[in-house]
Structure formats: C-alpha cells, structure tokens
Design a protein around this ligand. Structure first.
Ligand SMILES: [Zn+2]
Ligand SMILES: [Zn+2]
Length: 257
C-alpha cells in the first residue's frame, strides 16, 4: 500500500502539517485539507473517493477547489464518504450559497452532478479500487472517524483528530494484523489543558497508547502536531516513549506491506 502525505503549503516547513490529506494507492483520499490546492490536477483526477474524518477546516478546506477543478467529462463523479453529521455540517456551513455556492441546489436546478455524498456509519466498510476502508469512532469535539484501510498487502490506521480513548485503542489492538498507524499527537504536555479542551493528544497520551498495547507495536507515524510546536512535541515523545516512532514528513510517500 502506498500512502502519499500531501504538503500543506509554503507557510510551514516541509515536515509541518497544517492541513490533512493523504492519498492511498493514488485513488483514495483521506481528508481534503490540501487535496484541491497542493496536489497536481492530473493526480487529483485519479482520486475517485474521499473519506472525511470530520468537518473541521484543516480536514475539508480544499474540497471546493478539488470539485471545481475536476473535469467531469473525462472523470467519474467523486464520492465523498463521511459521517452524516459531517455531511450535514458541510451543507449548512460551507456549501450554503454564502461561503461557497450550494452545489446541491445547482445540481437539483440544472440536472448536473458534481459529487456524491455517502453517509458512512460507525464500523461500516466501503470498498474502492481493491481497498477496504472501515470507519472507527474517535473522540473529538465533533463526530469524528478514524479509518482502517486495508488492501492485499497491508492494514493501516489513520487516527486523527481525537483524544486518547481506550475504546479506539482496543479496536486497533484487536486487529489480527496492523501494519502501520498514523497517530495524532497535537500539543506538548504543557498544553495538556488545551489538548483536553479541544480533544487532542499529547506525548503523555502517546506513551499511554504504547504502554497499553498488547503485543508487537505496528509502525507508528506521528501526525497532526502543530507546526510551531513540532520540535517540542518530538523532544517530549523521544523522552516519553519506549518504542520506536517516526514524525510525519509531508510530501513523502510511505510504503506498507
Ligand atoms: Zn478537528
Ligand atoms: Zn485537525
């Protein structure tokens, strides 16, 4: 399995991540923070399915530009898979004829289709291009999914955004084989209060994740650290963790299996 981690833009260094987007096997996107702005149009055209973790801006921001650039004569209508609450929020607060044109209204009036929104239930699996994507309930300030992504070669989990919760850790730990985890760690420990208010993880939580893991740990790649706090988070993780981990590098292809 190939996972391309998309750069956020020139505002942050190469390994900094302000906006979340990964592309799996060139066809499936996890989140659309940077999909429509930082991915070449020809590469965007190959993406047929987008799975949104939740409705926060850093995960959905470039969706209008992705849809705007898509040539629907040459390419299939893309499917956007998300929690019903996320789809509802996009309709109410984003595609509302105020922040961006109401695509649903234009579709109804003109008999065209820009995209297909697909409700994804907790624990449901969608299959596209030989890849299974299963949603996993996380614990954030809005309904949020993690994703378990598997193909014939690997099983990789995408865990962001969330606070630490034994429920999703147990689901991951019970999987018969888990090759890798992109695991969020947003704030350093001195900002534990902010992590708790905004339901994110700190290095203490990552250490707890590793301590409570039963058996061999999968490959751990830390993502979603705030770019201006990245080195602080990394130093704390190096001090706190017994097991190996990597800090996410954007603009890089990760290979699993
Ligand atoms: Zn969030
Ligand atoms: Zn986020």
């Amino acid at each position: 399995m190939y996972v391309d981690v998309i750069c956020s833009g020139d505002a942050v260094p190469r390994n900094g991540q302000l906006l979340s987007t990964c592309i799996i096997n060139e066809h499936i996107a996890i989140d659309a923070g940077a999909l429509g702005t930082m991915v070449p149009a020809a590469t965007q055209d190959r993406v047929s399915d987008i799975f949104l973790s939740h409705c926060h801006m850093d995960h959905v921001m470039s969706l209008p530009f992705f849809l705007e650039q898509r040539d629907l004569v040459k390419n299939a209508v893309p499917t956007i898979h998300a929690h019903a609450a996320c789809i509802d929020a996009l309709h109410k607060h984003f595609f509302n004829d105020l922040i961006w044109p109401d695509l649903g209204r234009i579709e109804r009036e003109e008999g065209v289709q820009f995209c297909r929104f697909e409700d994804l239930a907790v624990g449901a699996t969608a299959t596209c291009h030989g890849v299974q994507v299963t949603s996993l309930q996380l614990s954030h300030t809005v309904p949020t999914f993690g994703f378990l992504v598997s193909d014939s070669s690997a099983v990789v989990a995408f865990i962001s955004d969330t606070e630490y919760s034994p429920s999703w850790v147990q689901v991951l730990n019970r999987l018969p084989k888990l090759t890798g985890v992109f695991l969020e760690c947003t704030f350093p420990t001195r900002l534990q209060w902010l992590a708790e208010k905004s339901k994110h993880m700190t290095p203490d939580d990552t250490a707890r994740f590793m301590r409570q893991w039963d058996g061999d740990l999968p490959r751990i790649i830390i993502n979603h650290a705030k770019p201006n706090l990245l080195s602080e988070v990394q130093s704390e993780l190096e001090a706190a963790l017994d097991g190996p981990f990597e800090m996410l590098k954007t603009g890089q292809r990760y290979e699993f299996g």
